[in-house]
Design a protein around this ligand. Sequence first.
Ligand SMILES: Cc1ncc(COP(=O)(O)O)c(C=O)c1O
Length: 385
Amino acid sequence: MGKATESIHGHGFGDEVGSVVPPIYLTTPFRQVIEAQLSDRGLDLKYSREENPTVRYLERVLARLEGGVDALATNNGMAAISTILMTILKSGLRLILPAEVYGTTLGLAINMRKFGVETVVTMPETKDLAEAIKANPGSVVIVETITNPMLRVIDVDHLIKVSRDTGSTLIVDNTMATPVLYRPIEHGAELVVHSATKYISGHNDVLAGVIVSSSQSIINDAWQWRRRLGTIIQPLDAYLVLRGVKTMNLRVRRHCENAMAVADFLSNHPKVREVYYPGLKSSAYHELASRMFNGLYGGIVSFKIKGGREEAREFLNALSMVKPAPSFGGPESLITYPITSAAQPIPDEYKAKLGIDESLLRLSVGLEDPEDIISDLDNALRRIP
Ligand SMILES: Cc1ncc(COP(=O)(O)O)c(C=O)c1O
């Protein structure tokens, strides 16, 4: 089955009344006399904090899309990350991650120190991560395929190899890339997480997360932690993600096309100092991205304007269609000011080194007609004095 087909039919739902779409099982408990009923994967189906059939339909689709054996859907992306960290970390283990990751992920990792985890923060380049992994065999490592907000591309294939050679466990946050651009498990990774709030659900209307693995035993262990932490997705939300994911393949391709057009436009704008987009031939990551992502480069474009916080405020207030709001991956173009949003928890000592400053903006290019996005940006940029 192709991936577009799997996103539509991969839930495996079959029904005697002929319903085409899987139902939403809004029930807290399931009938249990003595022993619990078992779900399709042989785990207890007795209480919806643990297992729910609508959630299972979604998990089957997401496992197939990422090429894993199984998946666990969670109530948001941070729930996926915290659940998997609770599953595999223990006191004394090293947790390695780059300074440029989703700020709350970094905050979580740093705060794991209070449980005796030795968190090591590196610069967000493949070579720095590889060196840290080699120096700390047996670590747990978190990386994002494409970093946010500076859109560096990480050579995940290389880190998979280094992690395997050193007995380390690599967790790939594939939110920005999506399985349309890159599927880490097909390249040997054991664990993938997503904020399914973003491109997977794709409509800016539901919080969701997922853990996908090539190992059933990791999924079964994480299932226990999901049940203990209470991080399972709600059935209604699972339905919304199931509905959204059907069009992911189409949507992501269009996001990428629109982003390329916007990146080209911004590159030639007199009020723009620098554009960060791996699709641009001038990007230091263009060659790696071309190799990894089959000619697609993602739906986010970051750029620096000529000016600082006040000029950015002027620009953001002058936009009419593009909305200033801190998320990405939906049909509406959204723009954020990373230094006070997603990148805010990144310690100041790193922000300057990473290039995250007061002139930086991150645009999630939506599914509108590209000329409308460009014209809105152009009008607002012209308002910068
Ligand atoms: C790369 C990445 N991972 C994880 C998360 C956390 O996801 P959520 O907001 O669904 O908890 C985000 C949120 O923006 C993100 O951008």
